[in-house]
Design a protein around this ligand. Structure first.
Ligand SMILES: [Zn+2]
Ligand SMILES: [Zn+2]
Length: 164
């Protein structure tokens, strides 16, 4: 990509509020920025959290509208649904929205936050065959078997075999 045609260093506002007049004056805007994760820390349910987030956004000017098309990429720490360990995961998500060019400010923060929120994976597994925790002693069975005897939780288990 030609660096000269790409406003990589346009000072992207951290709160993602772009002045519509700037975008119209430049006839569109392409920019990319690493964002402060402080704006996104509360999106996922704890202990899951975003650790790094970058945005690439391209504004194009149409007759009465400005089209914002972009991609959010980053890293997050996500808790495994089985063993409860935290694992790092990359994410990437596209977004697309149109705004009236009569707005003074084009604020894409809400769009970015909503897009990120939709990527949360509550059934995330640290690996496809994660063995999880022993329900009795809590040992992480990925690290090896524990000494617990398997228990049969059914109250009828003790009667099994008596009535045949
Ligand atoms: Zn796991
Ligand atoms: Zn155990």
């Amino acid at each position: 990509m030609n660096e000269n045609s790409f406003y990589t260093n346009y000072d992207v506002p951290l709160d993602l509020q772009f002045k519509t007049a700037d975008i119209l004056r430049m006839g569109g805007l392409d920019c990319t920025a690493q964002l402060s994760r402080s704006y996104f820390e509360d999106i996922f349910a704890a202990p899951n959290k975003i650790t790094q987030v970058s945005i690439t956004v391209s504004f194009s000017v149409a007759a009465n509208e400005i089209l914002a098309r972009g991609k959010i990429t980053g890293k997050r720490l996500v808790q495994c649904a089985r063993c409860l360990n935290m694992a790092e995961q990359d994410f990437a998500e596209d977004f697309l929205e149109t705004y009236s060019n009569k707005l003074e400010i084009i604020d894409i923060m809400l769009l970015v936050r909503q897009t990120l929120a939709l990527t949360e994976d509550i059934r995330f597994l640290c690996k496809p065959d994660c063995k999880g925790l022993c329900p009795q002693c809590g040992q992480d069975l990925n690290e090896g078997p524990c000494r617990c005897k398997p228990v049969n939780l059914s109250p009828f288990a003790a009667l099994k075999g008596k009535f045949k």
